[in-house]
Design a binder for this molecule. Sequence first.
Ligand code: SAM
Length: 413
Amino acid sequence: MSANPYPLGLRLHGRRVVVVGGGAVATRRVPALLDAGADVLLVAPELTPALRARADAGRLHWVPRRFVPEDLDGAWLVQVAVDDPMAAASVSAVAAERRIFCVRADDRTAATAWTPAVTRHGPVTVAVLGGGDPRRAMTVRDAIRDLLAVRVAPDRIAGRPDASTGTTGWRQTGRVALVGAGPGDPELITVKGWRLLTEADVVVADRLVPGLLLDELRPDVELVDASKIPYGPSRAQEEINQILVDRALAGAVVVRLKGGDPYVFGRGGEELLACAAAGVPVTVVPGVTSSIAAPAAAGIPVTHRGVAHEFTVVSGHLAPDAPASLVRWDALAGLHGTLVILMGLKNLAAITATLIAHGRPPQTPAAVVQEATTGTQRVLRSTLDAVAADALTADLRPPAVVVVGDVVGALDG
Ligand SMILES: C[S@@+](CC[C@H](N)C(=O)[O-])C[C@H]1O[C@@H](n2cnc3c(N)ncnc32)[C@H](O)[C@@H]1O
């Protein structure tokens, strides 16, 4: 009967860890070792491209040959990640001789150490061993990860010294995360954005964020609908900044959830500056922007080999002749590549006329994608000279992205 394993947290920073094997298992194991600061020596005749990239970047030492006993000189730990049981056994025999713990991917029973299933939450690491059953370990780990994500923000686990009292305890100051929610499909938020959303006490959401994300918030979360703030656009922005700052200073974890990416016509920069001015810590989580995702959802790549080597994202919320416009439409007309216009439906006739007047060919393919990545997505394909009228006839409405360029037909069969 085998005894229970004795759990330890290895502090590997600067310590030599030898990984034998350069295939899929090593590819999975090496990042956590590097993350722990280990001095990784990889012994394998060949590497996967991912490991090769790390070796080329100087993040680990690669010895391109088979294992020899001297490879374990100075090692604190060995990870055997080869399929061949004979080769694995010979490495672990050398390790045992030298009293170096050895993890074996091929045979857990022959190993002197096991790698647990791990979840990290801020400074806390939870490691689960499943009594020899890795699936059981992963199931338990996933349950713990979900619990931690829903219930406890990392700062609260941290028990960091409170700056005002010098004592260790709950932090008094909250924080703000500017999170990109993606273009519309609730599954297009990033993993980090989703995690922060599950940790939030307050969520300040834009009109364009996917409703289903809000549906899944805990019932005790305060939801502020930023689109309902009853002032003009600039006062409303000040009001939003104030809400973020006030709630965070009161100790709340605030998520400012914005459609697409927070910094693409999203006024995220202003919110960051307002928080910084008030001494509120801010995290920015980029999002999948509609400027790329909407064309993609309509089968249009914004670049394509031999078709477009650039794409330009531009706001069409001001007409080309508006005094406040910062866009050089005449210069854009001279580009061959892809033009992606956000907020441009209202001014589309003037925009397309200006592009044509400055030299963009009238027959250039153009498309409009409305409510991209949602169940109500609509796509219109046309040409530069006709797209404004066609969009009107089709009764297309915001939110919509206009794409101009040969990429519009690039994937058509
Ligand atoms: C204020 S901007 C914000 C853009 C956002 N930050 C982003 O990165 O996608 C709003 C404009 O984005 C575009 N947009 C956002 N979501 C969209 C969607 N699902 N489909 C089409 N266009 C979208 C529209 O042009 C809309 O008028």
